[in-house]
Design a protein around this ligand. Sequence first.
Ligand code: TMP
Length: 251
Amino acid sequence: MLPKNRKKPIYEGKAKSLYEGPEPGTLIQHFKDDATAFNNAKKGTITGKGVINNRISEFLFTRLGDIGIPTHFIKNLNMREQLVRHLEIIPLEVVVRNIAAGSLSKRVGVPDGTILLSPIIEFYYKDDKLGDPLVNEDHIINFGWASAEELDILRSLAQRINDFLSGLFIGSKLKLVDFKMEFGRYTMEEQGIMQIMLADEISPDTCRLWDYDTNEKMDKDRFRQNLGGEAEAYQEVAKRLGLIINPNEAK
Ligand code: TMP
């Protein structure tokens, strides 16, 4: 299934690897079954996760593209890989929250499950050595991670993506509690234009998804909190989105 004699990845992440693509300006994004939590302190694998996340992320990026959100996604290549544009990644994790959970609940003492008056957008500086600290817009502009104009674009894209995905997940009986996005700059040399695009992935690894009726966790929190049943939860999310994945291929 996977191409042989593949060169070494140009980037080896915790859950994904990136390889040089077939044409300049492209990359191959490979989804692994490896899972980590708490900045690599907890390690494991979730069988079939790479296959499911590849499919879910392809589906969500395609739907977002359909409503005019620029994304790095070009096409699906195989069960674990997709062809994407090579972006200059902005070193920020952009988190949108609709319901309090996770680090927000801990930081400000708000009970898990509290519905927020309006979505909260947070920025974290991507640096594993520092544990991806929460930063504000003054930090981001001062340290040159993104300009004020880029931050406006990030906020507006984050809001549009959250509105669209929240509705899409409700249609699948899932609540989008919160999620993380990454963005990058894509330069079209000939036109001399730079565009900000959605990068990375959106999947149960990077979202909190709760069952609409029971609030059962259907995402990576099952792994983080040792709840078990994570592979089944990921499959169930794919199924509810109408994505049929042959269970034998997800092994
Ligand atoms: P948090 O509550 O731990 O800050 O997480 C907020 C959201 O971001 C949640 O949906 C999980 C996601 N997330 C990642 O995708 N990667 C990470 O490294 C972290 C810390 C969170």
